[in-house]
Structure formats: structure tokens, C-alpha cells
Design a binder for this molecule. Structure first.
Ligand SMILES: [Zn+2]
Length: 642
């Protein structure tokens, strides 16, 4: 299990390194990530690379038992690149050339940048290949951030992408729906940059995402060729960012890396970024943020939250607060003065714990009977088509995930094209677009006995962001037993009436509302006031061996809890145990033992009742019945599997 930190040797005098590395060793650090922003230090002048300083840093760390995840550094070019090759600069959607001065101000498909970046990345990989002190590679950093480019050169590349995808301009016209506002193209060159057209906007989003995936694939394949046996990762960025389809990016790397800043990102991303791979590594884990008041205990607790969700370790960001630059007043284990303080003590405590039980945790994985689906394509399609941020599918996905988490129900979070055969219950909130592959996948899941819960607005458009000319939810309408004719916002919450779902009576519908016409479906809840009074809000339909629930609105709070509780009960899914608010239990399962992680996110001691007898893996204490977890602390409880 990795217990790591981000280290920037280039930020500090070389005589300081020995102090840093000794302190890391003492804190149990076994890995560092280095080099993602080091291009200007690795190649200070064009064509004259200097790897000596990084060689010395890698060797010093290795001599103290600390391995390195080396990064390719090409996404933050040094000043000489912009000076000599101004064509690398990207252009924002409003047509302005983005000037040098921030990160990621280059266009990925610009030939100058492509050549220069492949040059430095190949040089770094060739230099460090075969070095046993390097255990793996990270391609770049936060792939895709700010790299969108809307210049004429990229527009021409987009035309090539369209030609490869559609084959003929008439096929494109047919797929996008011709003639609206005179949008009927006779040549590829006529296709403009995306503005308001939902079909064009979605495809340009895919084009940009593909550039990021291809950027990563080229480097990943080169690493596998030149430095075989090493893993390749990259870090998926914050959940609010939707520039790249991470489900596609995951396919060109070996280990899903991610940023984990829980004060500003939902717990869902730990499951979603773990995805179908089943494991992930936070390569950047919260230590402190200037805007968040974080006392002792949180850094360690959030790290264990990631491990409980399947992380194969944690890499803290970063070793020491930097004295300069745009992130001067942000993250760091050590304060600016470089002296030991409370976060170093927490790091050391965790280092001792990981040394004690890390291998045991490594032999386990999360295990779920419930999955939540979310697709970047559905988010892009909805945004391009409606431009209503409040309807972002992520909002409903997060709400459902949080509710399951509060009930201690282990949950996977996946792209809708992933294998669903092992689940009993699948939530697909606001699955606005449904492509053929997703439709077949979801139908097969229901046909084989699964319970599928869709929420509005689902099945609105196809893979081209074109509205279905069959009843909504499109390819799932027959399985859902309903026809949805209209979608409207709910400016005020509306009370619901339900006898079928305990606890839903009087709960509020909010945000939006589908007009549902139940053909063969049963109505489980109706609206209780306004012009919608008596109209269906929630329906249920048996289909083959399974069942489709359609929630024609958004539920929050008690209403969502009632729905989730009802569906878990119907599907035969149970939470691990009951816990008071603020105490959550997570599970990892191996071949010979089950581990429960009980995390107390409050500043008061909390207790819960354990079923049977467990061993506290950290203290060795036997636990049974009423079990207390100290404030901002955790227990890792083990139970043998017979
Ligand atoms: Zn461009």
C-alpha cells in the first residue's frame, strides 16, 4: 500500500533534500510523485536537457527506501517554448489567444506543441527507463484542464475527425438533423466551431476529450515499450470538471489516479474514479486548503475514506507549502518554514498504521450489489442541449450516492456501458442521452432480473444529441412501461402523495418534472398539488425478470431516503449496519477476511452496534456489540471469512 507525498525537489536548495528525505523516511513514506511541472528545470534551454538534479533526487530517495512515480512534464512548457513557438498557444471559445502565464495554455493538436511535448516526454522516459527506483509513471497532470482550443487549426482537425466518424457529409447532415437555421452542410470545411448547436457542441466536446485520451495513449504506449513492467497512471481531476471522459481515459492507463480534495468534492468520485477497475490511487490527497478551516485529524480521516473506498494507498499533496507562485498559500504537510508540525505528526501516525496493516488492506477490495451510473456524454449532451446547469446529472447522482452512503450501502459508480451483471440494483439518474450500447446494456440488466431506477430527464436524446422520435425514455420506454411527453422546471417544490412507498407521502419533488403517461406501468407516487395534482411522479414496471422504476422528478432529503430505502428493500440489498449521523461504515472484502472501516466525521465520540465478533486490526482489541469510535477517528474491524 502506497504511503506517499508529492515532492518538488526543484523548489528547494539541494542541501535541504537530505533533511526532507530523512523526515519522509521517519514518517513511513514509501513513494513520492515528482516532475509533472519540471520541464523548465529538465530542459532549461531548447535541446540541452539536464537530468542530473532529478537523478540525484531519485537516488537519494531510493537510498532511504522511497520509490518514485515519475511524471511526464510536457503540459506546462517553459517560457522559451512560447517565445520561440507562439503557435503552441490555444484559443478560448470567445476567440482570444490565451497568453502564457498560467498552466495548460497550449493546444494539444498544434503541430509545434505536439513535436516539442513528445520530444521532452520521450527524453524523460528514455532517460529514466530501467531505473528500479522508479516504480511507475504518471502521464502529465490533470489531463485536459484548460486545454480546450477553438482556433481555426483545431477546427480543420475537427473536420478530419468528422470525416473519419461520419464518412460523408450527407451522413453527418442526417445524424445531426439538417436544415434547422439553414444548417445543411455541403462540405466538411463549412462546419463551424460550436456555438449553440447541441449536436455540433456535443461532437466538439468528444473531439476535445479524444485529444486528451490520445495524448495519454501515446505516452502510455511509449512507457510500456521502453520501460516495461511499470504501471502508468494519471490523475482524474475534480468532479465539477467535465472536459474528459475519464471512463475512456481509464482504458489507456493501468491505474486510475485521482485528485482527492474532499472539502470541495463529493464522496462519489472515490467510487466513480475507482470505476470498473476496482482500485485507484489518489495521487493528490488533501492536506490543507486555505479556504477550509481544517483541524487535526481530518487529513488522516479523509485518507482512510479513500482507502475504505478501494484506494491502493494515498499520495499527499504536497510535502511542503511553497514559498512562491500561484499556490503559495495552499497545500503542504510541512508549513513554509519546513519544520515539523501537526500534519507531519498525522502523516507519521498513518505511516506506522499502514506499515502495520497495509498489506492486509491490499488483499481486499470493495464489493457492491448496487451501482450508480453516470456518463460524461449525458452531462455534455444535457449542457449543450438545455444550458441549464441545475439539471446537470451529477447533482442527482451525488444525491443518490450520498443517501446510499448514509445507509452504509456499499456502492459502485460506473459508466453506463460497463458490465452490470453482478448488481441487484442500478440507479441511472438523469441519463439524458442513451446510446445503443448503453441501452442494450441496461435492457440486458433488467431482463436478467435487475432493478433499474431512472430519474428525469432520462432517455431524451440519442448518441448524437438528437431527440428520439419515439416515446421517452427512448429505447427504455417499453421496459419502463411509460411514455414521457414533456419536461418542465419546478420553480417551487411540490408535495407528493404515495401509499406504495413508505415515507414518501408529503415529501417534496423539486428542480424539474416529466409528464408521465403510464402505459403498462404502476403508479407509485403522484403529485399532491398544483396543476399536476394526481399526475404520476414515480412509476414501476415489471419487465422480463426485472423491474424499471421511473422517478419523473428530483428527490432530496427524506423523499430520496424513502425511495432508496424502498428500492434496496425490494431488491434485497441491505446496508452493512445502522450508524448514527456522521458515522459511516465501508467494506473491503478479500478471500479470507472482511474489513469494515468505521469512520467518525464528527467531533464527538459515536457508537454503533456490530453484528457478531470482530477484531480491531489496528489495536488487536476484540469488538462485539456496542462499539465506540473516537472523534475524527476510525476503526478498522476484521472478520474472518469461513
Ligand atoms: Zn487550436
Amino acid at each position: 500500500m502506497f504511503h506517499g507525498v508529492q515532492y518538488y525537489p526543484e523548489h528547494w536548495p539541494e542541501e535541504r533534500w537530505a533533511i526532507d528525505v530523512s523526515m519522509m523516511q521517519e514518517a513511513g513514506i514509501n513513494v513520492v510523485r515528482m516532475g509533472e511541472f519540471a520541464w523548465s528545470k529538465l530542459e532549461p534551454h531548447e535541446g540541452t536537457p539536464d537530468f542530473g538534479w532529478m537523478d540525484r533526487a531519485v537516488a537519494l530517495l531510493d537510498a532511504h527506501g522511497i520509490k518514485t512515480i515519475m511524471c511526464t512534464p510536457s503540459r506546462t512548457p517553459p517560457p522559451w517554448v512560447f517565445d520561440r513557438y507562439p503557435g503552441v498557444k490555444n484559443v478560448s471559445a470567445d476567440g482570444h489567444t490565451v497568453n502564457y502565464g498560467f498552466r495548460y495554455t497550449v493546444g494539444l493538436s498544434h503541430s509545434e506543441f505536439k513535436q516539442l511535448s513528445q520530444g521532452i516526454d520521450r527524453a524523460v522516459i528514455e532517460h529514466f527507463k530501467g531505473n528500479d527506483a522508479i516504480i511507475g509513471w504518471q502521464v502529465d497532470n490533470e489531463i485536459g484542464m484548460n486545454n480546450d482550443c477553438y482556433c481555426e487549426r483545431c477546427r480543420r482537425r475537427f473536420h478530419g475527425y468528422l470525416e473519419r466518424k461520419f464518412g460523408s457529409i450527407e451522413a453527418l447532415n442526417a445524424a445531426w438533423g439538417a436544415h434547422f437555421w439553414s444548417f445543411h452542410f455541403t462540405t466538411w470545411e463549412e462546419v463551424p466551431l460550436p456555438y449553440l448547436n447541441p449536436q455540433l457542441s456535443l461532437e466538439y466536446r468528444r473531439f476535445l476529450s479524444d485529444l486528451n485520451v490520445e495524448f495519454t495513449r501515446w505516452r502510455s504506449e511509449l512507457i510500456h515499450e521502453l520501460d516495461p513492467g511499470k504501471f502508468v497512471t494519471t490523475n482524474f481531476q475534480s468532479f465539477s470538471v467535465k472536459h474528459t471522459d475519464y471512463a475512456q481515459l481509464a482504458k489507456v492507463i493501468d491505474l486510475n489516479g485521482m485528485n482527492h480534495y474532499p472539502a470541495r468534492s463529493p464522496e462519489l468520485i472515490l467510487d466513480y474514479y475507482r470505476g470498473a477497475r476496482g482500485t485507484m490511487l489518489p495521487v493528490e490527497q488533501f492536506t490543507r486548503l486555505l479556504e477550509v478551516d481544517t483541524g487535526p485529524g481530518w487529513m488522516r480521516l479523509w485518507a482512510y475514506m479513500a482507502i475504505a473506498h478501494g484506494a491502493c494507498g494515498v499520495n499527499f499533496f504536497r510535502w511542503r507549502c511553497c514559498r512562491w507562485g500561484p499556490e503559495q498559500h495552499r497545500d503542504g504537510i510541512l508549513p513554509h518554514d519546513g519544520l515539523r508540525a501537526r500534519r507531519y505528526d498525522e502523516l507519521s501516525q498513518m505511516g506506522a498504521e499502514i506499515a502495520h496493516i497495509g498489506e492486509r488492506i491490499d488483499r481486499t477490495r470493495p464489493q457492491s450489489e448496487v451501482a450508480i451510473l453516470m456518463s460524461y456524454e449525458a452531462r455534455w449532451a444535457l449542457e449543450a442541449g438545455t444550458r441549464i446547469q441545475e439539471w446537470d446529472p451529477a447533482q442527482d447522482v451525488i444525491a443518490v450516492h450520498d443517501t446510499l452512503r448514509d445507509q452504509n450501502v456499499p456502492t459502485d459508480a460506473l459508466d453506463p456501458r460497463e458490465d452490470l451483471s453482478s448488481y441487484r440494483l442500478v440507479f441511472a439518474p438523469r441519463l439524458f442521452s442513451i446510446d445503443n450500447q448503453s441501452a442494450e446494456n441496461l435492457l440486458a440488466f433488467v431482463e436478467n432480473g435487475g432493478t433499474l431506477c431512472l430519474t428525469a430527464p432520462s432517455g431524451v436524446v440519442d448518441e448524437f444529441n438528437v431527440s428520439f422520435d419515439t416515446p421517452r425514455p427512448g429505447p427504455l420506454a417499453a421496459a419502463a412501461g411509460i411514455r414521457v411527453s414533456d419536461l418542465s422546471p419546478l420553480h417551487e417544490p411540490l408535495p407528493l402523495h404515495s401509499v406504495a412507498i413508505p415515507g414518501l407521502e408529503g415529501a417534496e419533488a423539486s428542480v424539474l418534472s416529466d409528464e408521465i403517461h403510464p402505459d403498462t406501468a404502476d403508479v407509485l407516487a403522484t403529485y399532491a398539488s398544483g396543476w399536476r395534482e394526481g399526475l404520476p411522479a414515480v412509476t414501476s414496471h415489471r419487465f422480463c425478470k426485472g423491474r424499471v422504476i421511473y422517478v419523473g422528478t428530483s428527490l432530496r432529503g427524506d423523499g430520496l431516503l424513502a425511495l432508496v430505502t424502498y428500492l434496496c428493500g425490494e431488491a434485497g440489498v441491505a446496508g452493512l449496519c445502522d450508524t448514527p449521523a456522521g458515522l459511516h461504515v465501508y467494506q473491503r472484502v478479500g478471500s479470507d477476511e472482511r474489513l469494515w472501516f468505521a469512520l467518525n466525521y464528527t467531533e464527538q465520540a459515536l457508537s454503533f452496534t456490530l453484528p457478531g465478533t470482530w477484531l480491531d486490526a489496528l489495536s488487536g482489541e476484540t469488538c462485539t456489540g456496542e462499539t465506540e469510535v473516537a472523534p475524527l477517528d476510525l476503526r478498522i474491524l476484521a472478520s474472518a471469512i469461513e
